[in-house]
Design a protein around this ligand. Structure first.
Ligand code: AMP
Length: 416
């Protein structure tokens, strides 16, 4: 079924969204991209005369109730975004009565699904090495089914619109779909758009295809880096991983972030790039700081000659020029991960240079896809959100989809 074709009038729809928004220390939302992303689906259902049961996770409460991860903190923001009151179910697994009482046009927000370990379906308090682990896992999987069945019982139809968690086979993102027949489950508009954006990158690639991977570590991105080396023409590697590459060649990196056990991985990436004829662009220089703070003293050093007492926190001026040059003329662009500690205003120029270059290439006809919380935050920080082609709400999910994996959240609906 598709969301456009479904008749929501008089029906209750349970919608999995990704409202895992960043909050400041006072519980105030600092970036509402994800809430805005879900609005087309939520408003459509309400406009069509349906009632809404919204479910999401927030943070990593590890199967326990923790006030700092309560979705009650965003209830008012959701109400404001929808332009109508939102009821709240303090226990997502005991919301039968509230769900049953919902009338067309009414909205019920369920408390954080991950307050229950059943949501993720992983046994808690037991190590993988424990001989009892397998039976604990089996038991938890059975409990996960029961939990999903309870959630399913609240509604007539299920809408999956949480792209950010679509790569997880959780109770609310995939297992729940088993309790609805094909005519009563569907992807939401956001999921449809995200899947189409990935298709634009993967199918019929317009070249040159330039990918920019940044962030703190090479280890967490190695899967996608290796995969991209089979697809792109140029790969810019920036951010904290710069120093693992510099170290792998015997460079001096001072106190910069480094993964000493991944030096061979870095060399392997360089080898694979060479073998595949991909131009690898690394930062030759770094803007360094004498402490990890926005107000630290700044000095530029070559990335492989950073003295003790200094650490690289951003791409240097030469690197910024190289990155911009590599991006210019691209026809397909993927950006995931910042070029430095962009959260510090004094160390965000490298990320800004990338953002600006992407905006320029987009104006000249490139398709640019920005994914992952930090690169999205960068684009928003630099006011470039409407100058790129598509901003994905997914980090891990986007990268897995680009690796060509079928996301469980999509498979659960489409039966692939
Ligand atoms: P990731 O979660 O791996 O995508 O990394 C994102 C984080 O990497 C951001 O919070 C950045 O502040 C951080 N980061 C980027 N460059 C550096 C660097 N040179 N040193 C330390 N952290 C960095």
């Amino acid at each position: 079924m598709t969301i456009k074709d479904y008749k929501f009038a008089g029906k209750k729809a349970i919608v999995r969204v990704d409202f895992n928004v960043p909050l400041d220390e006072n519980g105030k939302i600092t970036d509402d991209t994800r809430i805005r992303g879900a609005l087309p689906t939520l408003k459509h259902i309400l406009d069509e005369g349906g009632a809404l049961i919204i479910m999401s996770h927030m943070g990593k409460p590890k199967g326990k109730v923790q006030a700092k991860f309560s979705l009650s903190q965003i209830k008012e923001a959701v109400a404001e975004a929808l332009g109508r009151p939102v009821q709240f179910a303090e226990d997502c697994a005991k919301a039968q009565a509230q769900a049953a009482a919902l009338k067309p046009g009414e909205v019920l927000l369920l408390e954080n699904l991950r307050f229950y370990p059943e949501e993720e379906g992983k046994p808690v308090g037991i190590e993988k090495e424990d001989p009892a682990y397998e039976s604990a896992k089996k038991e938890m999987k059975a409990r996960q089914k029961e939990f999903a069945k309870t959630l399913a019982s609240y509604a007539d139809c299920y809408v999956m619109d949480a792209f950010g968690t679509a790569h997880r086979k959780h109770a609310s993102t995939a297992v729940i779909a088993d309790y609805f027949d094909a005519d009563n489950k569907m992807l939401g508009f956001l999921m449809e758009k995200e899947v189409a954006a990935v298709d634009a990158i993967l199918k019929d690639i317009k070249r040159p295809f330039v990918a920019i991977m940044g962030g703190s570590k090479v280890s967490s991105k190695i899967g996608i880096i290796e995969n991209l080396l089979g697809k792109v023409d140029k790969l810019i590697l920036c951010g904290g991983m710069t120093y693992t590459f510099a170290k792998a060649h015997g460079g001096e990196i001072g106190g910069s972030i480094v993964e000493l056990d991944k030096l061979d991985v870095a060399l392997g990436v360089e080898e694979l790039a060479k073998k595949n004829g991909v131009e690898l662009v690394l930062a030759p220089d770094a803007i360094c700081a004498d402490s990890f703070s926005n107000d630290a003293n700044k000095k530029v050093f070559p990335s492989n000659a950073i003295p003790e007492g200094w650490e690289g926190l951003d791409a240097g001026p030469e690197a910024q020029k190289n990155f911009a040059k590599a991006i210019k003329g691209a026809k397909t662009i993927l950006w995931n991960g910042p070029a430095g500690v962009f959260e510090f205003d004094n160390f965000c120029d490298g990320s800004r240079a990338i953002g600006n270059a992407i905006a320029e290439a987009t104006a000249e006809g490139a398709f640019s896809l920005i994914g992952g919380g930090d690169s999205v935050a960068c684009v928003n920080k630099f006011g470039l959100a409407d100058k790129v082609s598509y901003i994905s709400t997914g980090g891990g999910a986007l990268l897995e989809a680009i690796e060509g994996k079928v996301l469980p959240g999509v498979a659960a609906i489409k039966g692939e």
